[in-house]
Design a protein around this ligand. Structure first.
Ligand code: SAH
Ligand code: MG
Length: 197
């Protein structure tokens, strides 16, 4: 247990030092509580980074299996290393590829979208095909560091404004969706939980 805590702490420190945007503390608590509560058996994660959220979900729920996609080589390799360290190779499968190009036949209880924020809608539509009938789609960073609720004229960078607009469009897309209903949580950096109506 002590060793486990130490290893988790190391993951977080690596993320901080290398600017890897892993889930925030209360966000990860929300996610791990969610998989326990819903007895989630299978997860598809878009955006592994260094494996932190996948490892935390796997540790929280001993029968959980995760498939996770990452396109960045350095992060993918770091995730491979970390998953070995936690001896979770048999429960976490990594795919080193752009998620846009990944086609899976399998169905999952939970699809967790935590990749390029401008592509949420595309990933939602693409991977909802891989969702079990009663499954959930969780999207992280719905508030995008508070920018989503900020006056747009106060956001100086044009790129950032564009990204914030895309997240707002995604929120509207979720709110107006006729196939899925969504609950929004202020936890962490803002989390959306969608499920079929
Ligand atoms: N879920 C992780 C954090 C993910 S950070 C955690 O909380 O521990 C987002 C990651 O998504 C980055 O590492 C980035 O490289 C990856 N990513 C972004 N767009 C992607 C894409 N199209 N396909 C695969 N990975 C992508
Ligand atoms: Mg995130």
């Amino acid at each position: 247990m002590v060793e486990l805590h130490h290893d988790i702490k190391e993951l977080k420190e690596y993320a901080k030092e290398n600017n890897v945007p892993i889930m925030m503390e209360d966000g990860i608590n929300f996610l791990t509580t969610f998989v326990i509560k819903h007895q989630t058996k299978t997860v598809l994660e878009i955006g592994t980074a260094i494996g932190y959220s996948a490892i935390m979900m796997a540790l929280a729920s001993p029968n959980l299996k995760i498939t996770s996609i990452e396109r960045d080589e350095e992060r993918y390799l770091e995730a491979v290393k970390n998953i070995k360290k936690f001896k979770l190779e048999d429960r976490i499968t990594l795919i080193y590829r752009d998620a846009e190009e990944v086609e899976l036949k399998e169905k999952f209880d939970l699809v967790f979208i935590d990749a390029a924020k401008g592509k949420n809608m595309m990933f939602f539509e693409k991977f909802s095909k891989n969702l079990n009938q009663n499954g959930f789609i969780i999207t992280d960073n719905i508030n995008f560091h508070g920018y989503v609720n900020k006056d747009e004229s106060k956001i100086k960078s044009r790129n950032l404004r564009g990204l914030v607009r895309k997240i707002k469009d995604y929120i509207s897309f979720l709110k107006e969706n006729e196939e899925f209903k969504t609950e929004f949580y202020e936890t962490g950096d803002g989390i959306a939980v969608s499920t079929r109506i």
